[in-house]
Design a protein around this ligand. Structure first.
Ligand code: SAM
Length: 221
């Protein structure tokens, strides 16, 4: 497998790239990512409550959550002002009532929320951006999720066949964005190593589908 090439925490800053990324989410990520994350919540009986989406980007996972259930209250956080503006625009284009969803500019390594506020922390395609030690974000997620709550962090999976697939994407910008994200993503082995390193260790369940890998853990305090 080719070597991992990290991306910056905040990428895709030009308006054109942001717009193309928005299309890419709708075309590919709903199926590979958001559905897998939401399935985990449902299977683990998290059917209501406060959910935080870490690195929410254009907000589509957060939007899919409020479409799934009126009983979720979702907070999406992201470092990028451009992405948050797009997320708010996407919400307005999809739902009439946006009372159950809000977006905040914040770093997932230092979440501006009290301990144990959330029933679950979720994320898709952001983990590969978490520079330094990604475990810092897992630790923060653990802090803000209540006892018995759930952490569900999915990301793209760096695998040769996924890199080959990317070459079939027609739009040049979309292809380049997707390829950069895939190259920055982890293999299941790398994720296992990260999760077992450092002082913050836990029993994580690691799952895979064709394009993504997921890290799932119950919070016990
Ligand atoms: C590839 S996008 C994924 C966005 C979205 N979750 C999705 O599925 O489309 C990654 C996002 O993570 C955000 N991000 C990266 N590091 C972050 C951090 N430490 N805290 C909050 N957001 C972060 C980036 O700004 C970017 O919007």
């Amino acid at each position: 497998m080719s070597k991992r090439i990290p991306e910056k925490e905040e990428s895709m800053i030009t308006p054109k790239e942001v717009a193309e990324y928005n299309l890419l989410c709708r075309k590919y990520l709903t199926k590979w990512g958001y559905e897998a994350v939401i399935d985990c919540l449902v299977k683990e009986d998290i059917l209501q409550g406060n959910i935080i989406d870490l690195g929410t980007g254009s907000g589509w996972l957060a939007i899919e959550l409020i479409k799934k259930s009126k009983n979720y209250k979702v907070t999406g956080i992201d470092l990028s002002e451009e992405m948050l503006t797009l997320a708010k625009k996407n919400v307005r284009s999809i739902v009439d009532d946006s009372a159950n969803i809000k977006f905040i500019k914040a770093d997932a390594k230092c979440i501006p929320m009290e301990d144990s506020f959330f029933d679950a922390a979720v994320s898709y395609a952001s983990l590969h951006h978490w520079s330094g030690n990604p475990l810092e974000v897992f630790k923060e997620a653990f802090r803000v999720v209540k006892n018995g709550g759930l952490i569900v962090i999915f990301d793209l999976k760096r695998a040769e066949k996924n890199l080959i697939f990317v070459k079939s994407i027609l739009s040049k910008i979309m292809r380049e964005l997707f390829e950069a994200s895939l190259r920055a993503s982890y293999t299941p082995g790398e994720i296992k190593e990260i999760l077992s390193s450092g002082t913050f260790t836990k029993d994580w369940n690691i799952v895979e589908n064709s394009m993504s890998l997921g890290i799932i853990g119950r919070v016990s305090k």
